[in-house]
Every structure is written in structure tokens, then in C-alpha cells.
Design a protein around this ligand. Structure first.
Ligand code: NAP
Length: 501
């Protein structure tokens, strides 16, 4: 079970200071506080491990990923027990997330075996070409070196210690140093135990993976500034992500910071869909908004409609659908407080109408629903900021032109959704090119919560949805973040890497 220590290059290390976990229920445990010295030890070991792991065969890395998945599955009951205690999320959610996490690891194993991600290209030598001969040119993607990973509080397994970032980096051939999330230190440690065992079973260099608990912000800051770290995978808040991104950019050698942050994931309800299916969309929205206490980065927080009787009926239907939802436990006390602060910010904005006002305190959240006109939204940027929790905002536009204006002024989003019927296709066609410039994923007639892990998924988008619009943090394309192209010109085949020889 728990030892409360850091895993640094194969050794479980304690420290002088500890911090206590703050579970939603069940016992609190003590965990060693991370230090800059431990971060340095982990990074030095990761760099040393790169010289073997970065040049290992795809077969060996696939075996490693599958072994991690097996070891996580063996710890399923422990993970669910501690995970539910630390996060307050229900058992079914933890079990489902474990399946997603091991599925992701196995998907990456398959993906690297196929070799497609190497994007190998060959330009044959043309020795007789005039006026100049062409050399033998080959290109493929190579791993970049040690990666720092910061998981998020709301996915204690799938976006954390062995989550998507770690799986993608290890698949690419990059050692990983994880900064444990203070909201689920025990869950993180048990996953680290699973990875530790997989390293031993696969006979890999122990520096391939280290896990440093937090306890102070200095740990994460030292990690992103460490000269041996070559990129950062981060899932979390805009404030935290921006602070760490700025540190990466200010380094003597700036490095890419792949921050997947948040967004309000607007939904546009076109007139015929609103008229024919307003009630159905209202019920669906209420479910998506309150799922997991609204603690999803893809939570659709904003609905844009056009003024009229259908819009009024829709607002009433959403209010009715949301009213029965009871208080849900939030991931941390801090997130619950931020939710109430966000609610107060929206409630206090000029021209806002309260449609559903509830009450919540301590570590709980209840749904809130507000309404504003498109003019008020366009005048007040703050209405477009994410409120992490079950809060919805309906924006009422005077007409379709004003709806287009709202779309044009959106900040970067993870997702944008259209609800449209066949008769709405003219408006849909006009909106789509605008939304395409705003978001990584566009949906029709659905809800953005629930992100498929697959080869086509894009979980990212223009800032502030992410800090790097060319990347995704979910799906097999996410491996691209941790490789870079290398061109080999006239290199004798007997010394070329096996994958390009
Ligand atoms: P968070 O508070 O930003 O924390 C994420 C990690 O970063 C934690 O390890 C945290 O350390 C660390 N951190 C934050 N600020 C830091 C700073 N200034 N210096 C050093 N380290 C820092 O985010 P969260 O609470 O885990 O997640 C909730 C947010 O994440 C929501 O806003 C949500 O929308 C977003 N999210 C986005 C996605 C996505 O894919 N786009 C997915 C899930 C969640 P501590 O452990 O010390 O707090």
C-alpha cells in the first residue's frame, strides 16, 4: 500500500518534511514534500536513461507500455479505493477512468508498433542529376529527451501519473518525470508503484520514470526550468498553465510547453433545431453541464440562442432540468471556492439575469444558470472565462448576424458545438468556417463531454484552450509533441538507426 515517498530513478525516497492529503472522505495520509534536489536527481537520471531508452526498439517500448497497463489493472481495487477518497468522484467513474488509462497505454503500444508516427520519408540519391547531384536523404521523427508531466486534478488516472502525456512520451522514447498532483497524491503514488514494477520487469534503466510529490509550488517550477527537461505536458488551469508556460519561455533554452487548459465550449442552437428539439437539447445540456459536478474541461458552459418564444421556452426547460440536481462533492476545497468565486463574478456582471439560483458551501457545488444578451457578452470579456463547475450561461442574440458576431469574437476553445436541423444548413455553413478557427473539435447535435481516445481526436485548440494550437493531448496524434524530425543525409546505412536504415 502507500509509503508516502517519492520514486526517484528506482528508489523510494522520503524527506524531512511531509504534507497531509485532504481527501473528500476516508483517512488523510502523510506524503514527503518534494525538493529542488530531488527534481535534479530525477532529471539527471532521466537524461542518463535517454541514452538507452531513447534508442530502444519499438517492440520493447510497446512491451513496457502493456506491462504498465497490466500492473495498473492488478492494483485496480486499491486505486479505486484511494481515488474515490481523494477526489470524491464515484467508484464507477474511477473504474471507468482506469479502463481508459490502460486502454490509452495499450493503444500507444499498438500505435508505435505500426511505425506510422515515424513519418519516414526517403529522397533517393540522384548522383547524375544536373546541374547538381542529389544526396541520399531520409527523414524520421526521433524522441526529444526527458519530459516533465503535470497531471490535472479532475482526471486522477487518465490525465495524471500514467495518463495520456506520460503514455505518449514513453511511447515516443522519452523518459518522464511526473510532478504529483497535490489533490490525489496517494492515487499518484500507487500508479508510480505500478510503473516502477513494470520498469523492473522489462529490465529498463530506472531513470525512465520518476515521480516527485509536490507540497510546494517550487517543485513544479524547478522542474520546468531544469536544463535537461526538453518539453512539458501539462493539463490544468489557465492560471497555473500560464505561469509555467512563461517560465519555459524565459529559460536560456526555451522549451515547448504543451498546456491543455480550459474553455467554455460554446454551443450554438440554430433556429429550426431550437424550435423542433429545444426540450431535448435542454435536458441533454443539463446532463452534460452537471456531469462530474461540471468538472470537465469540455463542459459546455455557454449556449447561444436567437431571441424569440423558442429561446424563452428553452431557458425555462433548462432551468427545470437543472433544478433537481443536488449538491455534488468537488475535487478539492480550492476548486469549490473557485467555483463560488466564478459564480459571484458572473452573477455580479452588468445585465445578468439569474435563471436558477441555488446554494452551496464547503466542498460542494450545485448548478447555477444565468442569461445575458449578446450585447452584454460582447461588452464584457469576463463572461467568456471558464467557471469550473456546473454553471451555465445562455447568451441571447437579436438575430443570426449577432450570433455570428458572438462566434467571431470567441477566444480559443477546446470544442464548439452546433445544434442544427436540415433546414438550418445555410446558417450552419456560415458558422462552421468561423468555429473552425476557434476550436480543436467541432461537434453537431451532441455534447462535448466524453472525449474519445482515438487516432482522429483533437483535444486542444487556440490559446487559451491550449498553449500550442498545433497539438492534441488526447489520441495517438499526441505523440507528435514529444518527437522531432531528423534528416539523415548520406549517412552510411550500417550506422543509421534501424527504423530508417
Ligand atoms: P491546476 O491547479 O492548474 O494544477 C495542475 C498542476 O499544476 C498541479 O500539479 C499544480 O500543483 C501545478 N501548478 C499550478 N499552478 C502552478 C504554479 N504557479 N507553479 C507551479 N505549479 C503549479 O489545475 P487543476 O486543478 O489540476 O485542474 C483544473 C483545471 O484544469 C480546470 O480549469 C480545467 O478546465 C482544466 N483542465 C483542462 C483539461 C484539458 O485537457 N484542457 C483537462 C482537465 C482539466 P499543485 O499540486 O501544487 O496544485
Amino acid at each position: 500500500m502507500l509509503n508516502g515517498k517519492h520514486l526517484i530513478a528506482g528508489q523510494w525516497v522520503s524527506g524531512d518534511e511531509t504534507f497531509q492529503s485532504k481527501p473528500a472522505h476516508g483517512p488523510s495520509h502523510a506524503f514527503a514534500v518534494g525538493t529542488p534536489e530531488l527534481v535534479n536527481d530525477a532529471c539527471l537520471a532521466a537524461e542518463e536513461a535517454f541514452w538507452s531508452y531513447g534508442y530502444s526498439s519499438r517492440q520493447n517500448r510497446a512491451k513496457f507500455l502493456n506491462t504498465i497497463a497490466d500492473k495498473i489493472e492488478e492494483r485496480g481495487a486499491d486505486l479505486t479505493e484511494i481515488g474515490t477518497q481523494e477526489t470524491g468522484l464515484p467508484e464507477a467513474r474511477l473504474n471507468g477512468e482506469r479502463g481508459r488509462t490502460t486502454g490509452q497505454l495499450r493503444l500507444f503500444a499498438e500505435h508505435i508498433l505500426s511505425g506510422d508516427y515515424l513519418d519516414r520519408r526517403f529522397d533517393e540519391a540522384l548522383p547524375d542529376r544536373a546541374p547538381l547531384p542529389r544526396p541520399d536523404l531520409r527523414m524520421m521523427q526521433r524522441p526529444i529527451g526527458p519530459i516533465a508531466v503535470f497531471g490535472s486534478s479532475n482526471f486522477p488516472l487518465a490525465f495524471s501519473t500514467a495518463g495520456g502525456d506520460t503514455a505518449a512520451a514513453l511511447a515516443a522514447g522519452c523518459p518522464v518525470v511526473v510532478k504529483g498532483h497535490s489533490a490525489h497524491p496517494g492515487t499518484g503514488e500507487i500508479v508510480a508503484q505500478a510503473i516502477h514494477e513494470a520498469i523492473k520487469d522489462c529490465d529498463l534503466h530506472p531513470g525512465v520514470f520518476s515521480f516527485v510529490q509536490g507540497g510546494t509550488r517550487e517543485v513544479g517550477q524547478t522542474l520546468v526550468k531544469h536544463p535537461l527537461i526538453k518539453a512539458v505536458g501539462f493539463t490544468g488551469s489557465l492560471g497555473g498553465g500560464r505561469a509555467l508556460f512563461d517560465l519555459c519561455a524565459a529559460r536560456p533554452e526555451p522549451i515547448p510547453f504543451f498546456g491543455e487548459l480550459g474553455s467554455v465550449n460554446p454551443m450554438f442552437l440554430l433556429p429550426h433545431a431550437l424550435s423542433h428539439r429545444g426540450d431535448e437539447i435542454a435536458t441533454g445540456w443539463a446532463g452534460s453541464l452537471t456531469m462530474g459536478a461540471g468538472q470537465f474541461c469540455t463542459k459546455p458552459g455557454v449556449c447561444v440562442v436567437i431571441e424569440g418564444a423558442d429561446a424563452s421556452a428553452f431557458a425555462k426547460a433548462v432551468t427545470k432540468a437543472l433544478a433537481p440536481f443536488e449538491a455534488q462533492t468537488m475535487l478539492t476545497d480550492g476548486i469549490a471556492k473557485s467555483y463560488r468565486d466564478g459564480r459571484d463574478r458572473i452573477a455580479g456582471a452588468k445585465g445578468i439575469r439569474d435563471l436558477l439560483t441555488t446554494s452551496c458551501d464547503q466542498r460542494t457545488a450545485t448548478p447555477y444558470l444565468f442569461q445575458a444578451t449578446a450585447k452584454e457578452w460582447l461588452d464584457n470579456q469576463a463572461l467568456g472565462e471558464e467557471v469550473f463547475g456546473p454553471l451555465g450561461l445562455i447568451i441571447v442574440a437579436d438575430n443570426f448576424e449577432e450570433m455570428m458576431k458572438v462566434a467571431r469574437t470567441l477566444e480559443g476553445q477546446l470544442t464548439c458545438t452546433l445544434h442544427l436541423d436540415a433546414e438550418d444548413s445555410t446558417e450552419g455553413r456560415a458558422l462552421l468556417p468561423i468555429l473552425e478557427r476557434k476550436a480543436g473539435r467541432l461537434l453537431a447535435n451532441g455534447f462535448p463531454t466524453g472525449v474519445e481516445v482515438s487516432s482522429t481526436m483533437v483535444h486542444g485548440g487556440p490559446y487559451p484552450a491550449s498553449t500550442n494550437f498545433g497539438a492534441t493531448s488526447v489520441g495517438t496524434l499526441s505523440i507528435r509533441r514529444f518527437v522531432r524530425p531528423v534528416c539523415y543525409q548520406n549517412i552510411p546505412t550500417d550506422i543509421l538507426p534501424e527504423d530508417i536504415a
